[in-house]
Each structure stands twice: as structure tokens, then as C-alpha cells.
Design a protein around this ligand. Structure first.
Ligand SMILES: Cc1cc2nc3c(=O)[nH]c(=O)nc-3n(C[C@H](O)[C@H](O)[C@H](O)COP(=O)(O)O)c2cc1C
Ligand SMILES: [Fe+2]
Ligand SMILES: [Fe+2]
Length: 403
């Protein structure tokens, strides 16, 4: 993709990673992603962030298209040290010898640990610092733990642009650059997926950061995350409102039944519980972890009021696919969920007890009856218990969301 002039002398020089499916080793990105980075031509020409190392050649090509063959970069702003954004930093420093490499106080520590440099001209910019680059000013706001300690946002008041790094990002490879050029429901889905799998544990930080940005009364006319589509005009409010909504984690009238099964008994329980939930007017998702990546399950869990987890007993424990799922889910700290457990067993039958412990560890609200457990193959009576469990959870959802 060619560089795009976003505003006078401010360019998108990023990369579209069309075929990325495994994002950072833990999340599935079914529609690819982009690494957005930006170049401001001024008395001190400034590069904001880089891209993944494998796209170095494409980045250099983009920079040459804007700067010419002998163009120089005076300053590099590093909003975040994760390798999808700082992956080409060393090569940029070696090639362009910038006068300043600008980073947050936590960024300096992270930069040392990543690059082990001795003589880089690093300038540390705590919240409130600013640097003039000629016609433009760079103002820096730390966004600690959104989503790394080093993360920061760079604001350019003359252009009314905020470069927010991972915050407000979406994994979506597109030829379009702006949110107003793409399908809105898909955009919202991509935003929710990114939030659910990356930002969710830091929801309190999101709320605090949005509140302090509002207090600063920054006039933002373009909000540029480092992944996916950029927001301009009224879409800036759309994006910040969406984040406020995401951070509140208000549950929807939806239940996710996530399970693993060897011989399908546990799956039969899931289907019977789902029938009870549907009877109560709840929208249901049934997700076998063998057929649904844990990040796809998490995107559904994020919006759901209830999460029902199922596994047969396997070697006195639960199946590894569910252990993987629950480890992932717990780390993302979802809030405001109702939980229940179900599973089939053969002799010792630890599954439901262990699943329930996971739910308790995640502070899920456990309804009574909280589980269904069956020896081997479910009977008519088991299905009836499942149906009742579904209805109980359904009623609890209604009480929770005020339906
Ligand atoms: C390799 C293996 C290990 C198992 N380990 C246990 C166990 O430790 N305790 C138990 O109660 N059942 C155990 N079972 C029995 C299953 O829990 C039982 O077959 C159950 O009905 C399977 O449910 P599913 O149809 O949902 O896979 C084991 C089954 C297999 C195949
Ligand atoms: Fe990141
Ligand atoms: Fe990123």
C-alpha cells in the first residue's frame, strides 16, 4: 500500500498484513491486521512508531516515497515497545541516525531490555511533556497498562491528531484507511474482538484514561490507532464512546456454553441447557473448544451475561482444551458474569467441581442449581435437569440486565 497523506505533511506509512491469522501467538485474527505508523514532515521530520520486523523493506519503501532517497528522519517517537510497533526500530536508528528517540519513562526501561543499546539518544517524555518539531508540537500522555507499562499516546495539537498506538485498534487488513469507508457492523465486531482479547483486563485503566483525556479537553479530529482503521470527524466520538461502553462490561442478553467432549455426552448436556436458556428468551452460543479458537470464544464471552462451562472428567481432571480455555479466560478478567458448570464422567467425576472452582476464581456469580453432572450417557431425567438449569440461568440473566 502506498503512503497516505492524512493531513498536510502527516502521512500513514504503515503495512497491511493481509494473511496474518495468528496474532502474537495467542489470538486469531481471521481478517488479518495492519501495523499503522506515521511520518510528520517538518523542520524535525518525525516518525511515530515502526512496524513488524518482517515488513522492514516495505516500511523503507514507504519512507522513501515520502522523504525521497536521501531523506532524513530527525526524531522517532516510540509509543510502545512491543515488536509489532518497535520491530524495525534498530534498523531505523542504524539507517537514519535520528537525533532523538522519544519514549515514556517506562518505555525507556523496556527499550533497554529490548535493544540493549549503549549510545542511543533517548529522550524520556513523562505525561505533560511536549517537543516542538517546527510547525507541529508533539504532546505526550502516558497510557500505562493500556496495555503495557510503557504505552503512551502522542497528540499533535496543530493537526488535532492523536496517535494512540494499540488503544482503539482492530485486527482488520483493508485497502481502506478510515473507519468511515468500511462496513460499520464489521468494524464494531473487530473493535470488540481486539478489546476482548487484549484490552479487557485493563478496563479500569481505560475508564481512567478516557476520563483524564476528557479533562484535558484535547481537541481531537483524528484518532489514529496502530492497528486497523483510523477514526476521523464524528468517528472519534464513536470510538471513544465504544471504549467507554466496552470498559463498563455491561452484560447483554446472551449466554455462551463453552465445552469440550470426547464422546459427546457433555455436548448433549450443553444442547439441553441451551434449550432452557432459549425458553427464557436468551440468545445462546454453543462453542466446542475443538472447533472455536479460544480468542473467538472470548469475544463472545465478553458480551455475554452468562458463561456455562462443560467438560467430561479426564484423568481426574478436565480436558486440556477446557483448561486452556479457562486459563485464557481467567487472565482476561471478565467481570459481571453468571456462571454454571456441566459434564459427564465415568467413575471418579471431578469435572464439575473443578469447573465450578474456576468460575469461583473468576468471581462469577454462581446460581442455584449451579451444575449438571451425569454418569456416562444422559437420560431423560438428566435432560430435564439441564433444561431447568438453562431456565434458572436465563431468569438470573433477566434479573441482572433488568429484562
Ligand atoms: C482417557 C480417559 C480418561 C478418563 N478419566 C476419567 C477419570 O479420571 N474420572 C472419571 O470419572 N471419568 C474418566 N473418564 C470417563 C469419561 O469422563 C466418560 O467417558 C464421560 O462419559 C465422557 O464424556 P464425553 O462423552 O462428554 O466425552 C475418562 C475417559 C477417558 C477416555
Ligand atoms: Fe501491544
Ligand atoms: Fe500492537
Amino acid at each position: 500500500m502506498k503512503p497516505v497523506e492524512l493531513k498536510k505533511d502527516i502521512y500513514w506509512v504503515g503495512i497491511v498484513d493481509w494473511n496474518k491469522r495468528n496474532f502474537h501467538g495467542y489470538s486469531r485474527s481471521p481478517l488479518g491486521t495492519t501495523y499503522n505508523n506515521f511520518l510528520i514532515k517538518d523542520e524535525k521530520t518525525t516518525l511515530i512508531d515502526t512496524v513488524e520486523r518482517e515488513f522492514l523493506d516495505e516500511l523503507l519503501c514507504n519512507l522513501t516515497q515520502v522523504l525521497g532517497k536521501d531523506g532524513k528522519i530527525d526524531y522517532v517517537v516510540v509509543n510502545h515497545l512491543e515488536p509489532d510497533h518497535a520491530g524495525c526500530l534498530k534498523e531505523i536508528v542504524d539507517r537514519y541516525h535520528p537525533e532523538k528517540i522519544i519514549t515514556s519513562p517506562m518505555g525507556e526501561k523496556s527499550m533497554k531490555a529490548h535493544f540493549h543499546y549503549t549510545d542511543w539518544p533517548v529522550e524520556v517524555v513523562p505525561t505533560g511533556s511536549e517537543i516542538s518539531i517546527g510547525k507541529h508540537t508533539l504532546q505526550f500522555i502516558e497510557t500505562r497498562m493500556l496495555h503495557w507499562p510503557d504505552s503512551m499516546l502522542t497528540y499533535v495539537p496543530e493537526a488535532k491528531i492523536a496517535f494512540s498506538n494499540d488503544a482503539f485498534g482492530q485486527n482488520w487488513a483493508t485497502s481502506e484507511r478510515f473507519a468511515d469507508e468500511v462496513d460499520r457492523p464489521t468494524l464494531e465486531k473487530r473493535m470488540a474482538e481486539y478489546y476482548a482479547n487484549i484490552v479487557l483486563p485493563y478496563s479500569p485503566v481505560v475508564q481512567k484514561t478516557l476520563a483524564s483525556l476528557a479533562e484535558m479537553e484535547l481537541d481531537i479530529d483524528m484518532l489514529c490507532p496502530d492497528h486497523g482503521l483510523l477514526f476521523r470527524g464524528e468517528d472519534v466520538i464513536f470510538a471513544t464512546d465504544k471504549y467507554m461502553e466496552f470498559a463498563r462490561q455491561e452484560p447483554k442478553n446472551k449466554a455462551v456454553l463453552v465445552y469440550d467432549t470426547m464422546w459427546h455426552s457433555t455436548e448433549k448436556l450443553a444442547k439441553a441447557i441451551a434449550t432452557g436458556l432459549v425458553e427464557e428468551g436468551v440468545s445462546v452460543r454453543l462453542m466446542d473448544v475443538k472447533h472455536n479458537h479460544h480468542s473467538e470464544v472470548m469475544t463472545e464471552v465478553f458480551e455475554a451475561a452468562a458463561v456455562l462451562v462443560g467438560s467430561p472428567t479426564h484423568n481426574n481432571g478436565i480436558l486440556p482444551g477446557m483448561a486452556n480455555m479457562l486459563t485464557y479466560m481467567k487472565g482476561l478478567r471478565p467481570q459481571n458474569k453468571i456462571g454454571a458448570a456441566f459434564g459427564s464422567f465415568g467413575w471418579s467425576g471431578e469435572c464439575v467441581k473443578q469447573l465450578t472452582q474456576w468460575l469461583k476464581d473468576m468471581n462469577f456469580e454462581i446460581v442455584d442449581p449451579a451444575s449438571v453432572k451425569v454418569k456416562h450417557i444422559p437420560t431423560h431425567e438428566t435432560y430435564s435437569d439441564c433444561f431447568e438449569l438453562g431456565r434458572t440461568v436465563g431468569r438470573a440473566i433477566k434479573a441482572k440486565i433488568g429484562g
